[in-house]
Design a binder for this molecule. Structure first.
Ligand SMILES: Cc1cc2nc3c(=O)[nH]c(=O)nc-3n(C[C@H](O)[C@H](O)[C@H](O)COP(=O)(O)OP(=O)(O)OC[C@H]3O[C@@H](n4cnc5c(N)ncnc54)[C@H](O)[C@@H]3O)c2cc1C
Length: 508
């Protein structure tokens, strides 16, 4: 007997993303956090383009955009005066990439929007609920919780450790967290500053002793202060103490910090969990990887971990083979490995004064080409390869209204698009699959040829898109799609839910 399907330990960005995804799939879960209340700091403030796409699918993107703003210019104060540099090398949206610029949203606002979305789905995190221990066996996990009402035992099919860098779940499992400390200690704080314009990310100094940054936190009146600090020294985190630090490093006596709402000195690390799964227990987000904040990758990687895990947990709970869950680590651990390298390289570049950002921080080009879920076709040399992000494209519905591929993808299902396929060639209808065809008597029209161009399609091809927006296969053989669903998902054609009819007979 289980109480819930999934216990999610930790209601940060990763835990809440997973909760939203499970909620919309009708999976029962318990989302717990040992903290007494939601996190109040701004720390992971950059929302990368790929995460914006994930947030669109989860139904929260517009609220998150409205909560913050685009990154401002960086204003470097040099001995020759202030020099402004652009926020990055990404231009505006294209038909294929509707979100191309990082958003600047304080983490506590992002998490607030996620909580609101969760509330729309009828759920909320349980604060003051600490995971104090757990055991697992072949059928589930028994978790011991400390709650305001006393100790409680909860039985679930799976446990997910979304409990941050110090992860209790990871340590309890004995999973290694290899890597290294980066020899950098830094302060991050949310402060109100008098005397500073809100139109730029202000940066002073280059050496660790001189460097200080103040970034406006759109959606609030605060700046995020970041500065390297020496090891082994107590930093005065009061408004007066931080005013002294700011004046010392900027040489500006006109700057005054009037309030500090959150402050955290921390040491930078680059570490990766040895495995993301032990039996029925998974690690996600910072519990699985930590790295420096340079390039704004941490929160984004955490959200996308959870987004990868959510649909797989739901599918396996719904009857898919357990091997589907093995692909979570196979797909996400190499991504985290690359992020560790990227953020550490950007940290080294920042030490040399280079804070420029290129496309590689956008996370739009990440993919799972080596995943067992990817059916690569070596004969296909143009267009999006299987395993990579399925691009957006404006299309027109047969009813005459404009729509987009992302609108067709939105939700919990797989999507199959036939491009000028022979009539009657479609694979059999089945649960969790939406089929659209483009061409004569198709339900959508590729009016601007954006689908053809984005995907590099030729007549007769089918594109199978996963629930998390990656291309699983491009094929001319509908039989491949049938086999894919039966092998990876155990969903035969025409599957119906069991319905118990009056009188007790079951129909299938
Ligand atoms: C100082 C600092 C600055 C950062 N700056 C940036 C940045 O600029 N850009 C960026 O992208 N990322 C940044 N990050 C990283 C980003 O904040 C994290 O990647 C992100 O918060 C990870 O989300 P998460 O949900 O995995 O973990 P967390 O946000 O850490 O959430 C984990 C949750 O688990 C809960 N928990 C822990 N143990 C238990 C338990 N036993 N029982 C119940 N609950 C438990 C905690 O209370 C917490 O709420 C920064 C991180 C730090 C520490």
């Amino acid at each position: 007997m289980t109480d819930v399907d999934v216990i999610i330990c930790g209601a940060g960005a990763a835990g809440q993303t997973l909760a939203i995804d499970l909620a919309r799939r009708g999976v029962s879960f318990l989302l717990i956090d040992k903290a007494a209340h939601p996190f109040t700091g701004s720390r992971g403030k950059g929302i990368q383009p790929r995460t914006q796409e994930v947030f669109e699918d989860l139904g929260v993107i517009d609220k998150i955009v409205a909560s913050g703003g685009e990154y401002p210019v960086q204003r470097h104060y040099t001995p020759d005066g202030p020099v402004d540099t652009g926020p990055g090398d990404m231009t505006g949206p294209t038909p294929y990439e509707p979100y191309r610029r990082a958003l600047l949203v304080p983490q506590f606002l992002t998490e607030r929007r996620l909580r609101e979305r969760l509330a729309e789905l009828g759920h909320a995190p349980h604060y003051n609920h600490e995971l104090a221990g757990f055991d697992q066996d072949e059928t589930g996990v028994t978790a011991r919780l400390l709650t305001p009402g006393g100790a409680r035992t909860v039985r679930a099919r799976y446990l997910v450790g979304a409990d941050g860098g110090p992860s209790f779940v990871r340590k309890s499992l004995g999973v290694a967290f290899d890597g290294h400390t980066l020899g950098v200690r830094a302060l991050v704080a949310d402060v109100i500053v008098e005397g500073l314009s809100f139109d730029a990310w202000h940066r002073w100094g280059q050496s660790p002793e001189e460097m200080l940054m103040l970034c406006p936190l759109y959606g609030t009146e605060m700046f995020q202060l970041q500065a390297p600090i020496p090891f082994g020294v107590d930093v005065d985190l009061s408004a007066r103490g931080l005013t002294d630090l700011v004046r010392e490093r900027t040489g500006r006596d006109d700057l005054l910090i009037t309030s500090v709402s959150w402050a955290s000195p921390y040491e930078m690390n680059a570490r990766l969990a040895g495995t993301y799964r032990v039996g029925r227990v998974f690690l996600t987000g910072d519990a699985a990887h930590v790295h420096p904040p340079t390039g704004g990758q941490g929160l984004n990687t955490s959200v996308q971990d959870a987004y990868n895990l959510g649909w797989k947990l739901a599918a396996v709970l719904g009857g898919a083979p357990d091997g589907l869950l093995t692909t979570y680590e196979q797909e996400r651990r190499p991504i985290a490995e690359a992020v560790l390298g990227l953020s550490t390289r950007l940290l080294e570049a920042a030490k040399q004064g280079d804070t420029s950002r290129k496309r590689d921080v956008s996370q739009l080009d990440l993919g799972y080409p080596d995943s067992p879920l990817t059916l690569a076709d070596p004969r296909r040399t143009t267009g999006v390869p299987a395993g990579y992000r399925a691009p957006d494209a404006p299309v027109t519905g047969a009813g005459g209204l404009p729509t987009r591929l992302f609108s067709l993808f939105k939700g919990t299902h797989w999507t199959l698009i036939g491009y000028e396929v022979p009539a009657g060639d479609a694979p059999a209808a089945r649960r969790d699959l939406h089929v659209h065809t483009i061409g004569e008597r198709g339900d959508i029209a590729d009016t601007g040829h954006h689908v053809r161009d984005a995907y590099g399609l030729t007549a007769g091809q089918w594109v199978l898109v996963r629930p998390d927006g990656y291309v699983a296969a491009v094929t001319t053989d509908p039989g491949v799609i049938d086999a894919y669903f039966e092998t990876h998902l155990n969903i035969p054609a025409g599957a119906r839910q069991e319905v118990v009819l009056a009188g007790g007979a079951a129909s299938r």
